[in-house]
Design a protein around this ligand. Structure first.
Ligand code: UDP
Length: 346
């Protein structure tokens, strides 16, 4: 019998790539998504890329009125485990509306845990973030690094990580991996699914891509006076398909464990690129100009952060394989084929 996996937030940027990866590996998938930051067209594209058993439950995990439906659906699906990606993720908005973030991200997690408990499917891979390391560590940062998020978004990730650890400590049947993502970028190599941000992108890659395709005039480079090789911020960009494979590796790892438990694992490449290096790579891949202007530092940004990714290699047998040039080429294929994201008229 195929493994049955619930993917919350499965219609979103990372979720759609995870779903394709799972379906391609012969797993059955139930996506729970409320489409608050995802497009129904993504589902059609997932089906096109990966035939298999895909079900959808359009519900809001954080809405108490939807709890009963969700619990019933997870049971009826016969779930074995879940990959939990549903949640809000805009740092700036989380500062302005912290209660929305606590209610949504933590509420969604509580509902999912209840549903998995009811289905006796006590295995969960959680979408955490390198943001939990805050500004407290030198890079490369490993999983033993100090944690302390710098904003409400990051704090919801830490709280959920801790919640899952408490759960696993209290009931040895729970198996938990908190995946701490570095900076996911790129798109499926087909160019059919990718990131489709609402409004003005907050993150570097979608912004660069929209400049390259002519939707925006120029990129603002937030600070060129950091103590880095060219003065701009350094991050560990990771191809979203590599990241998606990491989820499957985490599930397989948990399935093979003798006992339950919870642990944190970084998903990054272990290499850092500066903003200007990312711009140069994107220009090469797209053959387009990417005009930019140096602007003041963005509040809350740090000079550099990149992963020590050795634990993922050791425990999961996983490592990132795609280069920055492949990240840019795939991101560009998605952006140029779908200049207005999933709303692009064909
Ligand atoms: N960045 C930038 N201009 C932008 C968006 C981001 O210069 O319009 C920089 C930002 O200061 C950081 C890097 O690009 O050094 C990555 O930013 P992103 O928001 O993508 O990720 P995060 O800051 O969460 O790591």
């Amino acid at each position: 019998m195929a493994q049955k996996i619930v993917v919350t937030g499965g219609a979103g940027y990372i979720g759609s790539h995870v779903a394709v990866e799972l379906l391609s590996a012969g797993r059955d998938v139930l996506i729970i998504d409320d489409f608050s930051n995802a497009h129904p067209e993504a589902l059609a594209r997932i089906k096109e890329l990966a035939p298999g058993n895909l079900e959808l439950l359009e519900r809001d995990l954080a809405n108490p009125a939807h709890n009963d439906d969700i619990i019933a659906a997870v049971k009826a699906f016969g779930a074995d485990s879940a990959i939990h990606l549903a949640g809000l993720k805009a740092v700036g908005q989380s500062v302005a509306e912290p209660m929305l973030y606590y209610r949504t991200n933590i509420g969604a997690s509580l509902t999912l845990i209840r549903a998995l408990d009811a289905a006796n499917a006590k295995t969960i891979v959680f979408s955490s973030s390198a943001t939990v390391y805050g500004e407290l560590n030198d890079s490369p940062v490993d999983e033993a690094g100090k944690t302390g998020a710098a904003n409400p978004y990051g704090r919801t990730k830490l709280i959920i990580e801790d919640m899952l650890k408490d759960l696993a400590a209290a009931d040895g049947a729970w198996r938990v991996v908190n995946l701490r993502y570095f900076n996911p970028v790129g798109a499926h190599p087909s160019g059919r699914i990718g990131e489709d941000p609402n409004g003005v992108p907050n993150n570097l890659f979608p912004f660069i891509a929209q400049v390259a395709v002519g939707r925006r005039k120029k990129l603002m480079v937030f600070g060129d006076d950091y103590p880095t090789r060219d003065g701009t911020g350094i991050r560990d960009y990771i191809h979203v398909s590599d990241l998606a494979r990491g989820h499957l590796a985490a599930l397989d790892y948990l399935a093979g464990l003798e006992n339950g438990g919870a642990l944190d694992i970084n998903l990054g490449t272990g290499a850092g690129y500066s903003v200007l290096e990312a711009v140069a790579a994107f220009k090469r891949a797209s053959n387009r100009d990417v005009p930019y202007e140096i602007a003041p530092r963005r509040e809350g940004d740090i000079a550099e952060v990149y992963a020590n990714a050795k634990l993922a290699q050791k425990l999961l047998g996983w490592r990132a394989e795609k280069t920055i040039d492949e990240m840019c080429a795939d991101h560009w294929r998605w952006q140029s084929n779908n200049p207005d994201g999933y709303n692009t008229k064909v």
